[in-house]
Design a protein around this ligand. Sequence first.
Ligand code: BYC
Length: 330
Amino acid sequence: MTTTAQPAASAAQTSPLDEDALAGLAAAFDAALAADSRIEPRDWMPDAYRATLVRQMAQHAHSEIIGMQPEANWITRAPSLRRKAILMAKVQDEAGHGLYLYSAAETLGVDRDELLDKLHAGRQRYSSIFNYPTLTWADVGAIGWLVDGAAITNQVPLCRCSYGPYARAMVRICKEESFHQRQGYELLLALSRGTPAQHDMAQDAVNRWWWPSLMMFGPPDDESAHSAQSMAWKIKRHSNDELRQRFVDICVPQAEVLGLTLPDPDLRWNESRGAHDYGPIDWTEFQEVLRGNGPCNEQRLERRKAAHERGAWVREAATAYAAKHREEEA
Ligand code: BYC
């Protein structure tokens, strides 16, 4: 969209627009959505559109940062130098994803510190999936295959999100997630084809991560508070259930190649739907995790806050360095 109406970040501070001007801007916004063109930071946008993007992008950024913890748990115990190097690179990528997303969110006029404060105070969410423990090395494989696989299924359509900075951040993130998914798959394949004990460890990890991975897509469509509006705004391109179904259909043949079983006795191909039927998801567990009662909620948030406090000197040093260079340039 090219209609530059007012700086997105300061809509509330600009002089009030008269009704005709506002109607014109709203019409230009609607026309841009209808034409599938992008909304950019300086374009006019409804306050609720901005708030929805801040909510989703912040939650997404927080997920990337908190998502470093379960896998980092295994860096010191990776079974070979090769596996350690791969895992370190992956965890660093997640940090990078968080930074792209915080930067993209800042184009909406929010401050990164403000978002982090809200995360630390429990006023913004991060993905439910990161509140489960990584008990064995095979969990690193299951996270790569299932969690990154679910993330890609959810995030590829976000590359076509109507908000330009979010969509562009997602292009690069998806490329890296695709590598992450493949490393997890390869790791699980090696375990599955290894000793019987290694095979059992891989199966146990898949048993524990399968259902929480399906929950990553959010509540069922008829209970999803935001889906209808987000889809009308072309932030979300598909509903939670559509993406969940797509993920199940992708995973079934992959599990067969892996020689592992998905822990769902009701999982079977439905010829008439052209898709797999799957068993009921325990939404009570999902709601409990969202309420902060998952196995690791407390630990994840405490570690995040401690890391933030320990990193204060880095932020102060970087700020001082930037100020010094600004002075020199001036
Ligand atoms: N976990 O109306 P709904 C990654 C909340 S990181 C927690 O359907 P929406 C990776 C939802 O926020 C993966 N909360 O919401 C990183 C809402 O609550 P509020 C992260 C959830 O936004 C490291 C309420 O439930 N990916 O891939 O339309 C290593 C109602 O839901 C969850 C993203 O964030 C959940 N799973 O749809 C490896 C992708 N689901 O805010 C991998 C971007 C729902 O009203 N986000 N809730 O209090 C999205 O696509 C959407 O936000 C969702 C939810 C599909 C997640």
